[in-house]
Design a binder for this molecule. Structure first.
Ligand SMILES: [Zn+2]
Length: 457
Protein backbone atom coordinates (compact mmCIF):
# COMPACT_ATOMS: atom_id res chain seq x y z
CA UNK A 1 0.00 0.00 0.00
CA UNK A 2 2.72 2.39 1.02
CA UNK A 3 4.81 1.50 -2.04
CA UNK A 4 1.88 2.10 -4.32
CA UNK A 5 1.36 5.50 -2.78
CA UNK A 6 5.03 6.43 -3.19
CA UNK A 7 4.97 5.33 -6.83
CA UNK A 8 1.88 7.36 -7.45
CA UNK A 9 3.49 10.44 -5.92
CA UNK A 10 6.61 9.99 -8.01
CA UNK A 11 4.54 9.79 -11.19
CA UNK A 12 2.52 12.83 -10.24
CA UNK A 13 5.59 14.83 -9.30
CA UNK A 14 7.41 14.08 -12.52
CA UNK A 15 4.52 14.91 -14.80
CA UNK A 16 4.42 13.13 -18.10
CA UNK A 17 8.10 12.51 -18.53
CA UNK A 18 8.02 9.13 -16.80
CA UNK A 19 4.72 8.03 -18.21
CA UNK A 20 6.07 6.43 -21.34
CA UNK A 21 8.76 4.56 -19.46
CA UNK A 22 6.02 3.30 -17.20
CA UNK A 23 4.45 1.65 -20.24
CA UNK A 24 7.54 -0.53 -20.51
CA UNK A 25 7.70 -3.85 -18.69
CA UNK A 26 10.05 -3.72 -15.69
CA UNK A 27 11.97 -6.80 -16.87
CA UNK A 28 13.77 -7.84 -20.03
CA UNK A 29 11.50 -9.24 -22.74
CA UNK A 30 12.54 -11.96 -25.20
CA UNK A 31 10.66 -12.52 -28.45
CA UNK A 32 11.45 -16.16 -29.15
CA UNK A 33 10.89 -18.46 -32.12
CA UNK A 34 9.78 -16.21 -35.01
CA UNK A 35 11.49 -15.59 -38.34
CA UNK A 36 13.51 -12.40 -37.98
CA UNK A 37 13.88 -9.86 -40.78
CA UNK A 38 16.30 -7.37 -39.26
CA UNK A 39 15.69 -4.50 -41.73
CA UNK A 40 18.65 -5.24 -43.99
CA UNK A 41 18.22 -6.92 -47.36
CA UNK A 42 19.62 -10.09 -45.84
CA UNK A 43 18.61 -13.68 -45.29
CA UNK A 44 16.12 -14.09 -42.44
CA UNK A 45 17.24 -15.47 -39.08
CA UNK A 46 15.04 -18.49 -38.41
CA UNK A 47 13.91 -19.49 -34.90
CA UNK A 48 15.14 -16.11 -33.74
CA UNK A 49 15.57 -14.42 -30.40
CA UNK A 50 15.28 -10.66 -29.85
CA UNK A 51 15.78 -9.37 -26.32
CA UNK A 52 15.00 -5.82 -25.22
CA UNK A 53 15.10 -4.03 -21.91
CA UNK A 54 14.51 -0.43 -20.80
CA UNK A 55 13.45 0.50 -24.32
CA UNK A 56 16.58 -0.79 -26.08
CA UNK A 57 17.45 -3.96 -27.94
CA UNK A 58 20.09 -5.92 -26.03
CA UNK A 59 20.50 -9.18 -27.98
CA UNK A 60 19.64 -10.51 -31.45
CA UNK A 61 20.28 -13.96 -32.87
CA UNK A 62 18.93 -17.48 -33.15
CA UNK A 63 17.75 -19.77 -30.36
CA UNK A 64 21.01 -21.74 -30.67
CA UNK A 65 23.38 -18.86 -30.08
CA UNK A 66 21.53 -16.21 -28.08
CA UNK A 67 21.38 -16.04 -24.33
CA UNK A 68 18.05 -15.16 -22.78
CA UNK A 69 18.31 -13.48 -19.34
CA UNK A 70 16.90 -15.62 -16.51
CA UNK A 71 14.42 -12.97 -15.50
CA UNK A 72 13.15 -12.28 -19.04
CA UNK A 73 9.49 -12.52 -19.94
CA UNK A 74 9.29 -14.82 -22.95
CA UNK A 75 6.83 -14.08 -25.73
CA UNK A 76 6.47 -16.96 -28.17
CA UNK A 77 6.68 -15.71 -31.77
CA UNK A 78 6.52 -19.18 -33.35
CA UNK A 79 4.61 -19.10 -36.65
CA UNK A 80 5.25 -15.37 -36.95
CA UNK A 81 7.66 -12.86 -38.45
CA UNK A 82 9.57 -10.32 -36.38
CA UNK A 83 10.83 -7.10 -38.00
CA UNK A 84 11.55 -3.43 -37.24
CA UNK A 85 8.54 -1.17 -36.68
CA UNK A 86 7.41 0.34 -39.98
CA UNK A 87 8.22 3.96 -40.78
CA UNK A 88 5.75 5.86 -42.97
CA UNK A 89 7.78 8.48 -44.83
CA UNK A 90 4.72 10.47 -45.94
CA UNK A 91 1.58 10.62 -43.85
CA UNK A 92 -0.91 12.99 -42.26
CA UNK A 93 -1.87 12.46 -38.64
CA UNK A 94 -4.81 14.90 -38.90
CA UNK A 95 -6.57 12.73 -41.49
CA UNK A 96 -8.65 9.58 -41.03
CA UNK A 97 -9.56 8.56 -44.60
CA UNK A 98 -12.66 10.74 -44.93
CA UNK A 99 -13.91 10.79 -48.54
CA UNK A 100 -13.64 14.53 -49.29
CA UNK A 101 -11.08 16.99 -47.89
CA UNK A 102 -13.20 20.12 -48.16
CA UNK A 103 -16.16 18.62 -46.35
CA UNK A 104 -13.87 17.09 -43.73
CA UNK A 105 -12.28 20.41 -42.79
CA UNK A 106 -15.71 22.02 -42.66
CA UNK A 107 -16.98 19.25 -40.42
CA UNK A 108 -14.00 19.71 -38.13
CA UNK A 109 -14.92 23.38 -37.91
CA UNK A 110 -11.62 24.10 -39.60
CA UNK A 111 -9.14 23.54 -36.81
CA UNK A 112 -11.44 23.30 -33.82
CA UNK A 113 -11.69 19.52 -33.68
CA UNK A 114 -8.29 18.51 -34.98
CA UNK A 115 -7.25 17.45 -31.46
CA UNK A 116 -10.03 14.86 -31.52
CA UNK A 117 -8.97 13.19 -34.76
CA UNK A 118 -5.19 13.05 -34.27
CA UNK A 119 -5.40 10.41 -31.49
CA UNK A 120 -7.63 8.25 -33.72
CA UNK A 121 -5.10 8.36 -36.54
CA UNK A 122 -2.18 7.74 -34.17
CA UNK A 123 -3.74 4.61 -32.72
CA UNK A 124 -4.61 3.37 -36.21
CA UNK A 125 -1.01 3.79 -37.34
CA UNK A 126 0.18 1.70 -34.40
CA UNK A 127 -2.36 -0.99 -35.25
CA UNK A 128 -0.91 -1.03 -38.76
CA UNK A 129 2.56 -1.64 -37.33
CA UNK A 130 3.75 1.92 -37.97
CA UNK A 131 5.93 3.03 -35.07
CA UNK A 132 7.33 6.16 -36.75
CA UNK A 133 5.92 8.60 -39.22
CA UNK A 134 6.80 11.72 -41.13
CA UNK A 135 3.86 14.10 -41.09
CA UNK A 136 4.11 16.29 -44.18
CA UNK A 137 1.75 19.15 -43.59
CA UNK A 138 -0.18 20.07 -40.48
CA UNK A 139 -0.78 23.12 -38.33
CA UNK A 140 1.63 23.50 -35.41
CA UNK A 141 -0.99 22.07 -33.06
CA UNK A 142 0.77 18.86 -33.99
CA UNK A 143 3.65 19.78 -31.65
CA UNK A 144 1.49 19.61 -28.52
CA UNK A 145 -0.03 16.41 -29.85
CA UNK A 146 3.42 14.90 -30.33
CA UNK A 147 4.13 15.54 -26.65
CA UNK A 148 0.97 13.65 -25.68
CA UNK A 149 2.21 10.69 -27.69
CA UNK A 150 5.74 10.96 -26.30
CA UNK A 151 4.42 11.01 -22.76
CA UNK A 152 2.50 7.79 -23.36
CA UNK A 153 -0.88 9.42 -22.79
CA UNK A 154 -2.07 8.00 -26.11
CA UNK A 155 -0.65 5.22 -28.25
CA UNK A 156 0.97 6.58 -31.37
CA UNK A 157 4.05 6.59 -33.55
CA UNK A 158 7.17 8.71 -33.13
CA UNK A 159 6.46 11.83 -35.12
CA UNK A 160 8.79 13.78 -37.35
CA UNK A 161 6.97 16.83 -38.66
CA UNK A 162 7.11 19.54 -41.29
CA UNK A 163 4.38 21.79 -39.94
CA UNK A 164 2.74 23.96 -42.65
CA UNK A 165 4.06 23.63 -46.20
CA UNK A 166 5.57 26.35 -48.36
CA UNK A 167 3.74 27.11 -51.62
CA UNK A 168 3.06 29.82 -54.16
CA UNK A 169 -0.49 28.59 -54.67
CA UNK A 170 -3.07 29.24 -51.98
CA UNK A 171 -5.23 26.11 -51.77
CA UNK A 172 -8.72 27.25 -50.92
CA UNK A 173 -10.00 23.95 -49.63
CA UNK A 174 -7.54 23.73 -46.72
CA UNK A 175 -7.50 25.96 -43.65
CA UNK A 176 -4.84 28.70 -43.69
CA UNK A 177 -2.88 27.10 -40.85
CA UNK A 178 -1.73 24.36 -43.24
CA UNK A 179 0.10 26.54 -45.73
CA UNK A 180 2.53 29.40 -46.07
CA UNK A 181 2.10 31.26 -49.33
CA UNK A 182 5.23 33.02 -50.57
CA UNK A 183 5.86 35.22 -53.59
CA UNK A 184 9.62 35.63 -53.71
CA UNK A 185 12.75 33.57 -53.00
CA UNK A 186 13.61 36.02 -50.24
CA UNK A 187 10.28 35.38 -48.56
CA UNK A 188 10.75 31.63 -49.07
CA UNK A 189 14.03 31.81 -47.12
CA UNK A 190 12.54 33.91 -44.37
CA UNK A 191 9.53 31.66 -43.91
CA UNK A 192 11.80 28.59 -43.89
CA UNK A 193 13.76 30.19 -41.04
CA UNK A 194 10.52 30.87 -39.16
CA UNK A 195 9.24 27.34 -39.65
CA UNK A 196 12.43 25.85 -38.25
CA UNK A 197 12.31 28.23 -35.29
CA UNK A 198 8.70 27.20 -34.66
CA UNK A 199 9.59 23.48 -34.61
CA UNK A 200 9.67 22.03 -38.15
CA UNK A 201 11.95 18.98 -38.34
CA UNK A 202 11.88 19.06 -42.14
CA UNK A 203 10.57 21.58 -44.66
CA UNK A 204 7.83 20.57 -47.05
CA UNK A 205 7.35 22.46 -50.28
CA UNK A 206 4.09 22.20 -52.20
CA UNK A 207 3.49 23.66 -55.67
CA UNK A 208 4.23 26.67 -57.88
CA UNK A 209 7.79 27.23 -56.68
CA UNK A 210 10.48 28.47 -59.05
CA UNK A 211 13.99 27.07 -59.08
CA UNK A 212 15.13 30.15 -57.16
CA UNK A 213 12.42 29.55 -54.55
CA UNK A 214 13.59 25.96 -54.10
CA UNK A 215 17.19 27.15 -53.91
CA UNK A 216 16.34 29.67 -51.19
CA UNK A 217 14.44 27.09 -49.13
CA UNK A 218 17.16 24.46 -49.52
CA UNK A 219 19.97 26.86 -48.59
CA UNK A 220 18.18 28.07 -45.48
CA UNK A 221 17.07 24.59 -44.39
CA UNK A 222 20.58 23.16 -44.84
CA UNK A 223 22.05 25.97 -42.72
CA UNK A 224 19.97 24.54 -39.88
CA UNK A 225 20.69 20.90 -40.69
CA UNK A 226 17.17 20.24 -41.99
CA UNK A 227 16.09 18.42 -45.14
CA UNK A 228 13.64 19.64 -47.75
CA UNK A 229 10.89 17.29 -48.92
CA UNK A 230 9.19 18.47 -52.11
CA UNK A 231 5.73 17.49 -53.32
CA UNK A 232 6.47 16.86 -57.02
CA UNK A 233 4.55 15.61 -60.05
CA UNK A 234 5.31 18.04 -62.85
CA UNK A 235 8.53 17.33 -64.84
CA UNK A 236 9.50 21.03 -64.89
CA UNK A 237 9.17 21.25 -61.11
CA UNK A 238 11.22 18.06 -60.78
CA UNK A 239 13.92 19.60 -62.99
CA UNK A 240 13.97 22.73 -60.80
CA UNK A 241 14.08 20.66 -57.61
CA UNK A 242 17.03 18.58 -58.88
CA UNK A 243 18.98 21.70 -59.83
CA UNK A 244 18.21 23.41 -56.52
CA UNK A 245 19.35 20.41 -54.47
CA UNK A 246 16.04 19.37 -52.87
CA UNK A 247 16.72 16.40 -50.57
CA UNK A 248 13.71 14.09 -50.90
CA UNK A 249 11.23 13.78 -53.77
CA UNK A 250 7.72 13.02 -52.54
CA UNK A 251 5.00 11.61 -54.86
CA UNK A 252 7.40 11.46 -57.81
CA UNK A 253 6.44 8.38 -59.82
CA UNK A 254 3.19 8.12 -57.93
CA UNK A 255 1.57 6.76 -61.06
CA UNK A 256 -0.91 9.61 -61.48
CA UNK A 257 1.19 11.13 -64.19
CA UNK A 258 2.20 9.76 -67.57
CA UNK A 259 5.66 8.14 -67.51
CA UNK A 260 8.64 10.51 -67.29
CA UNK A 261 11.53 10.72 -69.74
CA UNK A 262 13.97 7.91 -69.08
CA UNK A 263 16.80 10.45 -68.85
CA UNK A 264 15.07 12.30 -65.99
CA UNK A 265 14.39 9.09 -64.07
CA UNK A 266 17.92 7.88 -64.65
CA UNK A 267 19.38 11.17 -63.41
CA UNK A 268 17.36 10.96 -60.17
CA UNK A 269 18.50 7.37 -59.70
CA UNK A 270 22.15 8.22 -60.36
CA UNK A 271 22.07 11.20 -58.01
CA UNK A 272 20.69 8.86 -55.35
CA UNK A 273 17.88 11.25 -54.47
CA UNK A 274 15.42 9.43 -52.19
CA UNK A 275 12.03 8.81 -53.79
CA UNK A 276 8.83 8.33 -51.80
CA UNK A 277 6.34 7.38 -54.49
CA UNK A 278 3.04 7.09 -52.58
CA UNK A 279 1.57 4.93 -55.34
CA UNK A 280 -1.22 3.01 -53.68
CA UNK A 281 -3.48 5.73 -52.30
CA UNK A 282 -5.53 6.26 -55.43
CA UNK A 283 -4.42 3.68 -57.95
CA UNK A 284 -4.54 0.61 -55.72
CA UNK A 285 -6.96 1.74 -53.00
CA UNK A 286 -9.72 2.76 -55.40
CA UNK A 287 -10.16 -0.55 -57.29
CA UNK A 288 -9.68 -2.48 -54.02
CA UNK A 289 -12.61 -0.51 -52.60
CA UNK A 290 -14.79 -1.00 -55.68
CA UNK A 291 -14.20 -4.74 -55.40
CA UNK A 292 -14.60 -4.90 -51.63
CA UNK A 293 -16.42 -1.84 -50.24
CA UNK A 294 -16.84 -3.78 -47.00
CA UNK A 295 -13.30 -2.67 -46.12
CA UNK A 296 -14.70 0.78 -45.29
CA UNK A 297 -17.00 -0.60 -42.61
CA UNK A 298 -14.55 -2.46 -40.38
CA UNK A 299 -15.94 -2.12 -36.83
CA UNK A 300 -12.48 -1.07 -35.66
CA UNK A 301 -13.23 2.41 -37.04
CA UNK A 302 -16.39 2.69 -35.00
CA UNK A 303 -14.54 1.58 -31.89
CA UNK A 304 -12.11 4.50 -31.95
CA UNK A 305 -14.26 7.41 -33.08
CA UNK A 306 -16.73 9.63 -31.26
CA UNK A 307 -20.21 8.86 -32.65
CA UNK A 308 -20.62 12.03 -34.72
CA UNK A 309 -17.19 11.74 -36.32
CA UNK A 310 -17.87 8.11 -37.19
CA UNK A 311 -21.24 9.04 -38.71
CA UNK A 312 -19.63 11.71 -40.90
CA UNK A 313 -16.74 9.39 -41.83
CA UNK A 314 -19.19 6.72 -43.04
CA UNK A 315 -21.46 9.23 -44.79
CA UNK A 316 -18.46 10.52 -46.77
CA UNK A 317 -18.10 7.14 -48.51
CA UNK A 318 -21.49 7.29 -50.18
CA UNK A 319 -20.95 7.22 -53.96
CA UNK A 320 -17.22 7.55 -53.40
CA UNK A 321 -16.60 7.19 -57.14
CA UNK A 322 -18.05 10.70 -57.54
CA UNK A 323 -15.72 12.29 -54.98
CA UNK A 324 -13.37 14.88 -56.44
CA UNK A 325 -10.34 12.91 -55.25
CA UNK A 326 -11.17 10.19 -57.77
CA UNK A 327 -12.30 12.32 -60.75
CA UNK A 328 -9.29 11.36 -62.85
CA UNK A 329 -8.95 7.81 -61.63
CA UNK A 330 -9.58 6.28 -65.07
CA UNK A 331 -6.75 8.13 -66.78
CA UNK A 332 -4.51 7.82 -63.74
CA UNK A 333 -4.99 4.06 -63.63
CA UNK A 334 -4.09 3.75 -67.29
CA UNK A 335 -0.90 5.77 -66.66
CA UNK A 336 -0.10 3.69 -63.62
CA UNK A 337 0.78 0.53 -65.43
CA UNK A 338 3.72 2.21 -67.11
CA UNK A 339 4.77 4.82 -64.58
CA UNK A 340 4.62 3.04 -61.20
CA UNK A 341 7.59 0.83 -61.95
CA UNK A 342 9.83 3.39 -63.67
CA UNK A 343 11.94 4.37 -60.68
CA UNK A 344 12.19 0.82 -59.38
CA UNK A 345 13.43 -0.37 -62.75
CA UNK A 346 15.93 2.47 -62.95
CA UNK A 347 17.40 1.49 -59.60
CA UNK A 348 16.35 4.61 -57.66
CA UNK A 349 16.85 5.01 -53.91
CA UNK A 350 13.40 3.98 -52.73
CA UNK A 351 11.66 5.00 -49.52
CA UNK A 352 8.07 4.11 -48.65
CA UNK A 353 5.25 6.52 -47.83
CA UNK A 354 1.48 6.37 -48.08
CA UNK A 355 -0.06 9.86 -48.00
CA UNK A 356 -2.43 8.36 -45.42
CA UNK A 357 -5.04 9.09 -44.47
CA UNK A 358 -6.10 10.61 -47.77
CA UNK A 359 -9.62 9.62 -48.91
CA UNK A 360 -10.34 5.91 -48.28
CA UNK A 361 -6.65 5.39 -47.40
CA UNK A 362 -6.93 4.66 -43.68
CA UNK A 363 -3.81 4.51 -41.50
CA UNK A 364 -4.67 0.97 -40.39
CA UNK A 365 -4.11 -0.32 -43.93
CA UNK A 366 -2.06 2.28 -45.77
CA UNK A 367 1.42 0.82 -45.22
CA UNK A 368 0.66 -2.77 -46.17
CA UNK A 369 -1.23 -1.55 -49.24
CA UNK A 370 1.70 0.64 -50.31
CA UNK A 371 4.16 -2.18 -49.72
CA UNK A 372 1.94 -4.53 -51.70
CA UNK A 373 1.69 -2.00 -54.57
CA UNK A 374 5.48 -1.67 -54.65
CA UNK A 375 5.80 -5.44 -54.95
CA UNK A 376 3.24 -5.37 -57.78
CA UNK A 377 5.44 -2.72 -59.42
CA UNK A 378 8.67 -4.69 -59.33
CA UNK A 379 10.24 -4.76 -55.85
CA UNK A 380 10.73 -8.01 -53.96
CA UNK A 381 9.15 -8.37 -50.50
CA UNK A 382 12.53 -8.16 -48.72
CA UNK A 383 13.44 -5.03 -50.71
CA UNK A 384 10.21 -3.29 -49.79
CA UNK A 385 10.45 -4.34 -46.12
CA UNK A 386 13.99 -2.96 -45.96
CA UNK A 387 12.85 0.24 -47.73
CA UNK A 388 9.99 0.73 -45.24
CA UNK A 389 12.33 0.34 -42.26
CA UNK A 390 16.05 0.83 -42.86
CA UNK A 391 15.85 3.19 -45.84
CA UNK A 392 13.11 5.29 -44.30
CA UNK A 393 15.20 5.65 -41.13
CA UNK A 394 18.08 6.87 -43.32
CA UNK A 395 15.82 9.35 -45.12
CA UNK A 396 14.69 10.73 -41.74
CA UNK A 397 18.29 10.85 -40.42
CA UNK A 398 17.30 8.42 -37.64
CA UNK A 399 19.27 5.36 -38.65
CA UNK A 400 21.46 5.54 -35.53
CA UNK A 401 18.42 4.72 -33.40
CA UNK A 402 15.83 3.13 -35.67
CA UNK A 403 15.13 1.12 -38.82
CA UNK A 404 16.93 -2.15 -38.04
CA UNK A 405 16.91 -4.69 -35.25
CA UNK A 406 20.35 -4.73 -33.70
CA UNK A 407 21.75 -4.37 -30.18
CA UNK A 408 21.77 -0.79 -28.93
CA UNK A 409 18.90 0.46 -31.09
CA UNK A 410 15.55 1.57 -29.75
CA UNK A 411 13.07 -1.27 -29.28
CA UNK A 412 10.62 -0.52 -32.11
CA UNK A 413 9.66 -4.00 -33.28
CA UNK A 414 6.58 -5.59 -34.85
CA UNK A 415 5.36 -9.16 -34.99
CA UNK A 416 3.42 -10.23 -38.08
CA UNK A 417 1.22 -13.30 -38.23
CA UNK A 418 2.54 -15.28 -41.19
CA UNK A 419 5.32 -14.88 -43.73
CA UNK A 420 5.40 -11.62 -45.73
CA UNK A 421 8.32 -12.90 -47.82
CA UNK A 422 5.93 -15.43 -49.35
CA UNK A 423 3.04 -12.96 -49.60
CA UNK A 424 3.57 -9.30 -48.78
CA UNK A 425 -0.15 -8.92 -47.99
CA UNK A 426 0.60 -10.79 -44.74
CA UNK A 427 1.79 -7.36 -43.53
CA UNK A 428 -1.85 -6.58 -42.74
CA UNK A 429 -1.82 -9.07 -39.86
CA UNK A 430 0.03 -7.15 -37.17
CA UNK A 431 -0.13 -9.01 -33.86
CA UNK A 432 2.28 -7.16 -31.58
CA UNK A 433 3.76 -3.68 -31.76
CA UNK A 434 6.70 -2.74 -29.55
CA UNK A 435 7.41 0.98 -29.50
CA UNK A 436 10.16 2.39 -27.34
CA UNK A 437 10.05 -0.86 -25.35
CA UNK A 438 6.32 -0.56 -24.56
CA UNK A 439 4.23 -3.46 -25.83
CA UNK A 440 0.86 -3.21 -27.60
CA UNK A 441 -1.06 -6.20 -28.83
CA UNK A 442 -4.01 -6.89 -31.12
CA UNK A 443 -6.97 -9.00 -30.06
CA UNK A 444 -5.62 -11.82 -32.21
CA UNK A 445 -2.47 -11.95 -30.06
CA UNK A 446 -4.19 -11.64 -26.69
CA UNK A 447 -2.83 -14.69 -24.93
CA UNK A 448 0.09 -15.70 -22.73
CA UNK A 449 2.54 -13.26 -21.17
CA UNK A 450 1.82 -10.50 -23.68
CA UNK A 451 -1.44 -9.77 -21.91
CA UNK A 452 0.36 -9.47 -18.57
CA UNK A 453 3.04 -7.03 -19.66
CA UNK A 454 1.49 -5.36 -22.70
CA UNK A 455 -1.38 -3.02 -23.46
CA UNK A 456 -4.40 -3.91 -25.60
CA UNK A 457 -5.23 -1.66 -28.55
ZN1 LIG B 1 0.60 14.29 -48.39
Amino acid sequence: MRNTLICLLVVLASGNSLAQESLRPDRPVALVGGMLLDGYEAEPIHHSVVVFENGRITAVGSKDNTEIPDNAVIIDTGGKTVMPGLIDAHMHIDLIGHGEYERYYEFLDNMERIDEVMPIAAKQMMRGGVTSGLDLGAPFQILAFRERVRSGEIPGPRLTISGPWITRLDMESVPDAYEIVIDSPREAAQRTRELIAAGSDVIKTWVGLSEDDYRAVVEEAHKHGKKVHAHLYDPDAIRAAIDAGVDVFQHVGSARNPPYDDALVSEIAHKNIPIVQTISHRIWVYPATVKFPERLYDPVYKKDMPADIYEEFIASFENFHRRSYFYDIGQESRNAEKSAGQFIEAGAYMGVGTDAASPLNMHTEAMWREMSALVDSGMTPIQVISAATKTNAEILDQFDELGTIEPGKLADIIVIDGNPLANIDAMQHVDIVVKDGGIWYAESAAHGPVTEIGHAF
